[in-house]
Design a protein around this ligand. Structure first.
Ligand code: ZN
Length: 147
């Protein structure tokens, strides 16, 4: 099973996830939002200490479709400074081709459905089970709502 958790680290959530992972001796990848890392540095520290992997999930969880390339790339870099990871996951799965091209020079883009099956995510993630329609960059929840 390939476990990933997005949008943290959040107090009251990420610490519980870490406790559960520890209990099952499981490892996961945490795609972190830069401003959340700044709010919860001790949780970032704990994620690393406990042997989990980190991923970049932008600084402010911007949608690539609604953000200019330069601003999007700055957000990527600001998060990169905090998490120092070669993995990047675009928020909402929304990233333009030109943005992806910029980021691919530095990071591997992880649009997670290639690796994780729908419902492969633990139900303790904030937004619940996720699914991605094949061949598309749109991520939907289990009711078909676009996230
Ligand atoms: Zn997200």
């Amino acid at each position: 099973m390939y476990l990933t958790f997005d949008d943290g680290p959040a107090a009251g959530v990420t610490d519980k996830i870490l406790d559960i992972l520890h209990q099952f001796s499981a490892k996961a990848t945490f795609f972190c939002v830069g401003e959340m890392v700044e709010k919860n540095p001790e949780l970032l520290h704990r994620i690393k200490e406990e042997g989990h992997a980190l991923g970049n999930h932008t600084y402010k969880h911007e949608s690539g479709w609604k953000t200019e390339n330069a601003a999007y790339f700055r957000s990527y870099l600001a998060c990169h400074d905090l998490v120092d990871s070669k993995l990047f996951r675009p928020p909402y799965g929304r990233i333009s081709k030109s943005q992806a091209k910029l980021i691919k020079k530095r990071s591997e883009i992880n649009n997670f459905i290639k690796k994780a099956k729908p419902y492969g995510l633990a139900s303790i993630t904030r937004s619940g089970p996720l699914a991605m329609s094949k061949g598309s960059e749109t991520i939907k929840d289990n009711k078909g709502k676009i996230l």
